[in-house]
Design a protein around this ligand. Structure first.
Ligand code: SF4
Length: 1018
């Protein structure tokens, strides 16, 4: 890689910029006709018509005999949109070929057509995003290591480390930073991590050349090297390009700037358009505020578009206020129309999503705004995209996913398909994946049927995954449910084979052929081509198959297993090589704020405008701190730069709408203040409803009428009118409403013949709170799996394997076993994954020094037991059984950080049940008399070993335990499920439906009260 002209020219030219000439307020074609000769930089704020002016200029040039022009934009969507608009107008063009491309596409054309001049054996193959990530990972895990990582060694196998390094190698290339430059910066800044990354970068780049591969950032670098090293190619390219028109010029990174300078140096004319205060791609190497200096370095005349065709009124005022608060000089901007600006806050994301869906629906029905002219923007799609999509579906509002981060993978049908593959290959993830798969189109159950299945699993006293694997006759559910469960199980069995044996794309096609849901989709699309939901699902599946095809093209023989290994980190749709899939319907666009760049709508809702999301207030700095590549700022300057960049992102969001912008926010778990930028623009979020509260659609109307009908405070005439209207509404059938039904007359008892089958942990829950037991174990509502559980399971496994000698007792072997099993993706953030990683390493250290000797003498591991207590069956599993002088010690690992107290251990029902089991279960009883039951805490050291607390049995321990246990088992069997006022509610998931808490007090009370009044019919 070489640093060419222009890499830093945009910021280093010392000449003062001349005052810009203001272009007239005229149609784009008229403006284009008046553009002066020579290089030009056109400055303009949001909506000032920069893109239209560039397209008009291109149209004008191509209309002249021999005219040649190239329009370069920042995204594929923008390139396709410009091409479409130009093609529609270009019937009389006489000039060169029409070319609207991204920088990557332009560079790719140059590199592939001159591959013989570059250090490749043939035409280099572009790497897709997932392939690049996977290559970095492959090099990182190479044995022997390609780089000595020193103190970073423990992190090397984590996905988070691969993420960072994959991004760093791209970041260096975008900034034209060679391995030698990085090494030099490492020395100067005393950053040993960069020195190691520099060695890796050198190896990575060398590998790409040897394998005839090129990544997306490298493509632009290679094109620059080609033009720089081959003047004949440069001259021919400059002639072919003629005039290079650059949109979003404020976002150019150093590698793109070098290409631009080379073209201009080779004789091409440049016309650039950009917003001087609108840089949002600084993290990709763009320099905020660099446009005036860029104009000077190109010897270009600066022009100004000062009239916004989109914004006016409060919307424009807000943009002006925000831009004037930033350090970069903004282009002056006047407006014409009125852009309304509103802000609203809600108690939670569900209410926020519902309000947005209603707003869009009313704008469409009441104001006649086409759905395709509306958008919802997300600062953090992860938090809000799910609730918004569900709310739009509930309200019947069609939507489409725009390009942006991971949008294809976010399509529900693709997500379900990936979950099917994951579950087939990793059956251990059944708790996490199976429930949603069962209710997906692939499983075909509705939520009520899933609850029935869960309840049947609880009654059979086995986890859902184990229950689903049972023969259909033992599922204990209605036949239609059993048939669908059996079908999904059969499909999973087949997928298991396809996913590990076939290439990824062939695996997809096998599933496509065999899963009935896809045939059904095609039939529905043929029967009703206007069904937008079906069309979107088919579009997503087509795009997904194309992604798989590309993946396998690049890695022949790559299976679905290989694909899944990289898919968690893949960003397919933003890959510059992938063709864009176009929306075919009139639907609301759901976009990340970044993906909305260059787009215009009539109505825009920006969801999640709260502190932490917009602006982001916490950043994962990571090991390499890539942001320091753009300058070693002190902490205060860095924070200012971050807030400045977030302010520009906010401006980008609020400047997309012509008529109306609605900024919404809500709290999560009581946290989330509205964005500070709202107060900067003088807007206070209202808690009033966003839209007219009159019902929209039959469903809402029926709901409102039902509320009227049951509201005793309303006049009788009003309630009667509501009931009459309801009865006359088509499609409304009051007999299906749940509150019209009586209680089940003769419910199936949860303990047939009064005999309960349960586990020690469930009955422990019952002892703390009967109602929580009912919600979690009887109704099956608690399906949470936590990262703590996954981590706990991992540590148990390692300890067991190490104690059995299946993992050698050497630090490197323990670490290697830990690294291959540790899953950073289990955790909600990299920071938490990192902390758990360190905790696990500390536990292994402690294990190695203080535990292994005793563990190797253990009598048994993971002993399952089953015992009868007063006619009930209690089952469980003991982690380890050790030998003691006078009997046996029963051990249970707890990965919690805070150990129980000795008193808590003495009273522990779990340890008491272990004791009873060890005296009753024949296998355990054969090992000896239990003399101690221990809770062992690997996260805490005490005396050089794991901390432990214990319970020691007294002479009549068994009868004491039984006296405590039997009433609990009898109570649960008799279905006594009252909440406990003294329960430990801190981590209970059911507060919202628990009458002991204000938020849930009417959940059961209303029903019971109404029932009493109405003689038993609630
Ligand atoms: S909130 Fe407390 S009382 Fe209510 S169900 Fe949960 S543990 Fe029981």
């Amino acid at each position: 890689m070489t640093t060419g002209p222009g890499g830093d020219a945009a910021t280093h030219d010392p000449r003062p910029a001349a005052a810009p000439m203001t272009l007239p307020d005229a149609p784009p074609a008229a403006i284009a006709a008046q553009l002066p000769d020579g290089n030009l930089v056109v400055l303009g704020g949001p909506g000032s018509g920069k893109t239209a002016m560039l397209e008009a200029a291109m149209h004008d040039i191509l209309g002249r005999p021999g005219g040649a022009a190239l329009l370069v934009t920042s995204s594929r969507q923008a390139a396709v949109a410009s091409t479409d608009r130009l093609l529609a107008r270009l019937e009389r063009a006489a000039g060169g070929s029409l070319a609207c491309v991204t920088w990557h596409a332009f560079a790719r054309g140059l590199v592939t057509s001159h591959a013989d001049l570059l250090p490749y054996r043939g035409e280099p193959r572009p790497l897709s995003g997932p392939e690049q990530w996977s290559l970095v990972r492959e090099l990182l895990l190479h044995d022997p290591p390609v780089v000595q990582w020193g103190e970073l060694e423990p992190l090397v196998g984590t996905r988070a480390f691969t993420d960072e390094l994959a991004e760093l190698v791209l970041a260096c290339q975008r900034r034209l930073i060679s391995p030698e430059d990085l090494e030099e910066r490492a020395r100067a800044g005393r950053r040993p991590a960069w020195a190691r990354a520099a060695a890796f970068l050198a190896h990575y780049l060398g590998h790409l050349v040897l394998a005839d591969l090129v990544d997306q950032a490298g493509m632009v670098v290679q094109a620059g090297d080609l033009l720089e090293d081959h003047p004949d190619v440069l001259a021919a390219t400059a002639v072919q390009v003629g005039t290079v028109l650059v949109d979003e010029a404020q976002e150019l990174d150093p590698a793109q700037l070098r290409l631009l300078h080379l073209l201009v140096g080779g004789g091409a004319r440049a016309i650039l358009a950009g917003d001087p205060a609108g840089t949002t791609d600084a993290f990709r190497g763009a320099r905020p505020g660099a446009l005036p200096a860029l104009a000077a370095s190109l010897d270009a005349r600066t022009l100004l578009l000062d009239r916004s065709r989109r914004l006016g009124g409060p919307g424009l005022d807000a943009v002006r206020r925000l831009q004037s608060a930033g350090p970069d000089a903004a282009a002056p901007l006047h407006g014409g129309g009125i852009t309304r600006l509103e802000a609203a806050s809600f108690p939670g994301p569900a209410e926020e999503a519902d309000a947005i869906a209603r707003l869009l629906q009313l704008a469409h029905r009441g104001d006649g705004v086409a759905y395709g002219r509306m958008a919802v923007l997300f600062p953090t799609p992860r938090r809000m995209a799910g609730p918004i999509r569900r709310a739009l579906e509930r309200h019947g509002v069609p939507y489409r996913l725009g390009a942006g981060e991971r949008q294809l993978l976010a399509e529900p049908i693709v997500r379900h398909l990936l979950d099917l593959f994951r579950l087939a290959l990793e059956p251990g993830r059944a708790d996490e994946l199976l429930p949603s798969l069962l209710t997906s189109p692939l499983g075909g159950l509705d939520p009520r049927e899933l609850r029935a299945l869960r309840r049947a699993a609880v009654l059979a006293d086995r986890p859902l995954a184990e229950h689903v694997a049972a023969p259909a006759a033992e599922l204990g559910t209605a036949p239609p449910i059993a048939v669908r469960v059996a079908d999904l199980r059969d499909l999973l069995d087949r997928v298991r084979h396809w996913a590990s044996e076939l290439e990824a794309d062939r695996c997809f096609w096998e599933v496509w052929r065999h899963a009935p849901v896809f045939g059904e989709l095609v039939r529905r699309a043929e029967a009703d081509p206007s069904d937008g939901g079906v069309a979107r699902q088919l579009d997503a599946l087509t795009a997904f198959s194309r992604v798989l095809g590309l993946f396998v093209d690049g890695r022949p023989t790559a299976t679905m297993r290989t694909y899944l290994d990289v898919v968690e980190r893949a960003d397919f749709v933003s890959d510059p090589w992938l063709p864009q899939s176009r929306a075919r319907m009139d639907a609301v666009a759901l976009l990340s704020v970044y993906a909305a760049k260059g787009q215009e709508f009539d109505v825009v809702a920006v969801a999640g405008c709260h502190e932490g999301a917009l602006p982001r207030t916490s950043w994962v700095e990571g090991v390499f701190e890539a942001w320091r590549l753009d300058g070693d700022l002190d902490p205060v300057a860095h924070s200012r730069a971050v807030i400045g960049s977030e302010r520009r992102r906010f401006v980008l969001a609020i400047s997309r709408a012509r008529d109306r912008v609605v900024l919404t926010s809500s709290k999560v778990d009581g946290r989330g203040e509205p964005s500070r930028f709202l107060s900067e623009i003088g807007v206070t979020p209202s808690s009033e409803p966003l839209a007219d509260q009159n019902p929209v659609g039959a469903l809402e109307a029926a709901g409102t009428l039902r509320r009227f009908a049951t509201d005793r405070a309303r006049p009788a005439a009003e309630r009667l009118a509501a009931v009459t209207t309801l009865a006359a509404m088509p499609g409304v059938d009051p007999t299906t409403w749940w509150w019209q039904r009586d209680w089940t007359a003769d419910p199936e008892p949860i303990a047939p013949e009064g005999h309960l089958r349960t586990s020690y942990s469930r009955i422990g829950t019952y002892e703390d709170c009967h109602l929580r037991y009912f919600y979690s174990s009887v109704v099956g509502l608690d399906d949470r799996t936590s990262y703590q559980m996954a981590f706990g399971k991992l540590m148990h496994t390692i300890f067991e394997l190490a104690a059995k000698g299946e993992i050698p007792d050497e630090p490197t072997a323990l670490k290697a076993a830990y690294r291959t099993r540790f899953g950073p993706a289990w955790f909600p953030s990299r920071a938490i994954a990192h902390q758990y990683w360190r905790d696990g390493m500390a536990m292994l250290e402690l294990w190695h020094h203080g535990e292994v000797a005793a563990a190797r003498r253990a009598l048994r591991f993971e002993v399952a037991f089953e015992m009868e207590v007063a006619g009930h069956v209690v089952r469980g599993r003991i982690d380890r059984v050790d030998a003691a002088d006078d009997g046996i010690v029963l051990v249970d690992y707890k990965t919690a950080r805070t150990p129980a107290t000795e008193e808590e251990a003495r009273r522990s029902l779990q340890l008491a049940i272990y004791y009873l089991a060890a005296t009753r279960d024949p296998e355990l009883a054969a090992l000896g008399v239990p003399v101690e039951m221990q809770l062992v805490y690997p996260a805490q050291a005490r005396g050089g070993r794991f901390a432990r607390v214990s319970q020691r049995p007294g002479p009549d321990h068994a009868s004491l335990v039984e006296r405590r246990l039997v009433p609990l088992l009898d109570g649960a069997a008799a279905e006594a499920f009252d909440p406990n006022p003294h329960a430990d509610c801190r981590f209970c998931a059911f507060k919202t439906i628990c009458p002991m808490w204000p938020q849930g007090e009417d959940f059961l009370a209303t029903v019971v009260g109404a029932g009493r009044e109405q003689g038993g019919t609630p």
